[in-house]
Design a protein around this ligand. Structure first.
Ligand code: GDP
Length: 318
């Protein structure tokens, strides 16, 4: 791939987009194009069209999205479905219209049915009902990957989709009202340690199983796909292994150095019981995750500590 290619990373301030920019710069790509939300609102169709018309973009990484954890997803479904659909329709359509040579769309493992056989293969998509707590987000992400397939079929574009499992890493969201479980537990364990608490509240029963991928591994997979000659399809990306929320909480506490007891709050939702991706499709092409969970959490805790002083304080602690 030409190191001079003009690569638009949509959502470069987010956890995924910022990891992509780091990865692409490290590989020597010199023309990475980014826009802040203040300069380009991706939900604004006119603005997106003008941006593509003026910027001769060769490659797009569509990492801009409205994302959030189980609480945000279940309380703000309209925002999740509207913003994600608007971003996807605007960017994918404009990328086709202005002859972008490759686009990588980022979905999520929550697009798959709630009662899926595990590990989840790409072909289980749309086989049965979705998990209700994040249905609106999942519908929007399914629409995005179906758009990629439809544009490829009708216009011969090269739009591929990556479905990552639960992500974590530098630049994560630590706001307890909207964060995912791993950053939430990291913050809660850190603050519990500072206060000298005896217990740490964990939502749900602790029994759901989740798989966690470091965002630098995702960025590596995305760059791998961009550089490959694969021009269509949906690819799961994960580590191929999962653990219970209880085991995750224990690991986070070990890294943070919180020695109190875990207290499970079964009044909070568990969400889907298990979400483990089958990653054999991407592995058969020669890509594999390389960051082990505890090592990744340790590195992420270092990033958290650097950011913690400037983080807004939230009142949600339970
Ligand atoms: P999900 O993977 O879409 O269900 O989203 P989350 O990452 O938000 O939640 C995963 C699981 O972790 C669910 O069973 C939550 O109930 C559980 N969990 C435990 N403690 C927390 C917490 O403090 N915040 C969040 N977001 N989830 C938690």
């Amino acid at each position: 791939m030409d190191k001079q290619a003009r690569i638009f990373v949509a959502g470069h301030r987010g956890m995924v987009g910022s990891a992509l920019v780091r990865r692409l710069k490290a590989a020597g790509y010199e023309n990475i194009v980014t826009r802040t939300k203040a300069h380009l609102d991706l939900t604004d169709q006119g603005g997106v069209n003008l941006f593509f018309e003026e910027n001769q973009i060769d490659v797009v990484f569509l990492a801009a999205a409205r994302v959030g954890g189980i609480l945000a997803n279940s309380t703000m479904p309209a925002s999740f479905i509207y913003e994600n659909l608007a971003i996807e329709t605007n960017v994918i359509h404009a990328a086709c219209r202005w002859n972008v040579s490759k686009l990588v769309f980022f979905g999520s493992s929550c697009i798959y049915p709630k009662a899926c056989p595990q590990p989840i293969k790409e072909e289980y998509l749309l086989q049965s009902e979705l998990e209700p707590t994040n249905e609106a987000y999942a519908i929007a992400k399914i629409a995005g990957l179906k758009m990629c397939e439809a544009y490829n079929r009708q216009y011969g574009t090269h739009f591929v989709s990556l479905m990552p499992t639960n992500l974590y890493g530098p630049n994560d969201n630590y706001d307890l009202k909207s964060s995912h479980v791993l950053p939430a537990l990291m913050r809660k364990a850190h603050e519990a340690k500072l206060r000298g608490d005896a217990t740490l509240p964990v939502w749900g029963t602790g029994s759901p199983r989740r798989e966690f991928l470091h965002v630098d591994d995702l960025a590596d997979a995305a760059a791998f796909l961009m550089e490959s000659d694969v021009n269509e399809g949906v690819f799961n990306v994960g580590v191929g292994d999962d653990l219970t929320i209880r085991e995750l909480a224990q690991t986070v506490c070990r890294v943070v150095g919180f020695e109190g007891e875990l207290v499970f709050d079964a009044s909070k939702p568990d969400g889907t019981p298990r979400k483990l991706l089958d990653v054999s499709k991407l592995e058969s092409m020669g890509w594999k995750a390389s960051i082990a969970l505890e090592e990744g959490i340790r590195a992420t805790y270092g990033d958290f500590l650097e950011r913690y002083a400037s983080m807004p304080r939230t009142l949600v602690t339970a």
